[in-house]
Design a protein around this ligand. Structure first.
Ligand SMILES: Nc1ncnc2c1ncn2[C@@H]1O[C@H](COP(=O)(O)OP(=O)(O)OP(=O)(O)O)[C@@H](O)[C@H]1O
Ligand SMILES: [Mg+2]
Length: 424
């Protein structure tokens, strides 16, 4: 209460002080007009022979009008109007409250004021520093040149700061009213640029992956119409290759759609229940023809009868399908694969672990962290058939289920891919 009262009193005192200061400044600014008006009143009273006190009353009236009439251009025009000044507000407070780096310079581009964001983003920004010496890129130099011209109305530039870490800024420069100062605001565009690059890379990779089978199909069509026209054996084998390539393109499109659908899907319902034992059994059943084709014997090592998790059955099916497909496709030289289900940890961090192990060629250590990247394939003979999207879909689905994938592999011995999912 007392603190509030004290604040009230000091506000009142500050208000009075402001009024006095304003009256003084008005009188000073209007001194010539006041002088002229007083002379005119005195002259009129002398000429008309009127009483001097009437002239004095007239002068008093003119002075009062000067002090109390609201001034047209003054009120609310300055950055620190009466209300802001009363609150002890300054330009430094204003730019300090802005999260983007802000630099105020004079017309010679020498630093007048900076905010904390600017000082931490750009070293060496003491007041008086010439910005043209601090920001050397040609685009910034052009903006600064422009900014020091008298009629400057504003401009923009791109600026890349390399130290301490690389950041890309869009710089907006504007004149600060009629003060002659200029304000530069630096908007960080690094994240936007990273996303733009990712999108461009993705489109480039996807079109490259489509172009390869398409080029191969086009080549075979040409051969079939030309030299192989009357060669039934060659025709059959070429048609088989063409069919494989179209299958590959269809798979690629399915995988791409699957990825984009996953991105659009809502979050997993925490109350849904899926039994991992049942899903894994279904996957083994569905892939029996592929395992037979690859001559891989799949065995089950289940430590549990049930493994309930919160999630989507179809998505989890896709996860184990890709892992077992990979074990058959890439680990076929080992002639067997083991699928195991176990539990680990205790509530609340109890989880189920489903591991697909193969005894094939294994994966070199440097590739392991990159396997879940889109389109990443280890450059071995067998991997040419895949799209390189399977494991990135696996990772995506597991992240949605609050789970993750761990990979252990040794060259020449085989690989083990383990899915970790929190128990429901
Ligand atoms: N069990 C494994 N043994 C050896 N290499 C593997 C194994 N699993 C995956 N890889 C390597 O990882 C790469 C990426 O696998 P991923 O499942 O993401 O894509 P893919 O199998 O090529 O394509 P898709 O799954 O879409 O058919 C494969 O191309 C292969 O080089
Ligand atoms: Mg795969």
């Amino acid at each position: 209460m007392r603190a509030e009262g004290a604040a009230g009193l000091s506000e009142e005192a500050a208000g009075k002080e402001t009024l006095v200061a304003r009256a003084r400044s008005r009188l000073w600014r209007g001194r010539w007009i006041l002088g002229a008006a007083s002379l005119a009143l005195l002259a009129t009273s002398a000429m008309t022979g009127g009483p001097v006190f009437a002239a004095l009353a007239g002068m008093l009236f003119v002075t009062a009008v000067t002090v109390f009439l609201p001034a047209g251009g003054e009120s609310g025009r300055t950055a620190e109007g009466p209300a802001l000044r009363t609150a002890g507000f300054s330009t430094a407070d204003l730019i300090g409250a802005v999260r983007d780096p802000v630099i105020v310079v004079d017309q010679q581009t020498s630093v007048v004021e900076t905010n904390a964001a600017a000082r931490s983003a750009f070293l060496l920004l003491e007041p008086g520093t010439l910005l043209s010496l601090r920001f050397r890129s040609p685009e910034m130099q052009r903006l600064l040149q422009h900014l020091s011209e008298a009629g400057f109305e504003g401009g923009e530039a791109e600026y890349l700061e390399r130290v301490p870490i690389e950041r890309l800024y869009r710089v907006f420069a504007s004149p600060a009213g009629s003060s002659g100062l200029r304000v530069l605001v630096f908007r960080d565009r690094s994240e936007t640029r990273r996303i733009e690059r990712m999108r461009a890379d993705f489109v480039a990779n996807a079109s490259h992956e489509m172009r390869t089978p398409l080029a191969s199909i086009a080549g075979f069509i040409e051969t079939l119409r030309g030299s192989a026209r009357n060669d039934p054996a060659a025709r059959d084998s070429f048609l088989q290759i063409m069919q494989n390539q179209t299958d590959r393109m269809a798979r690629l499109i399915d995988d791409l759609l699957s990825l984009s659908r996953l991105e659009m899907k809502p979050l997993i319902d925490p109350d849904s229940r899926v039994d991992l034992v049942a899903v894994v059994n279904d996957v083994i059943g569905a892939l029996a023809p592929l395992a037979l084709d690859c001559e891989v014997a799949v065995t089950r090592e289940f430590a549990l009868d049930q493994a309930p998790v919160a999630g989507s059955r179809d998505e989890l099916f896709q996860v184990f399908e890709n892992l077992l497909q990979n074990a058959c496709k890439y680990g076929r030289s080992g002639a067997s694969a083991v699928v195991s289900i176990a539990e680990a940890g205790s509530a609340p961090s109890r989880e189920f672990q489903v591991t697909v192990t193969d005894f094939g060629p294994g994966i070199a250590e440097e590739h392991i962290p990159r396997l879940t990247e889109r389109f990443y394939r280890v450059d071995t003979n067998g991997s040419q058939k895949g799209t390189g999207l399977g494991l990135s879909i696996v990772k995506h689905i597991l992240t949605r289920h609050n789970g993750y994938l761990s990979i252990v592999s040794e060259l020449g011995k085989g690989s083990a891919f383990t899915v970790h999912l929190p128990a429901a």
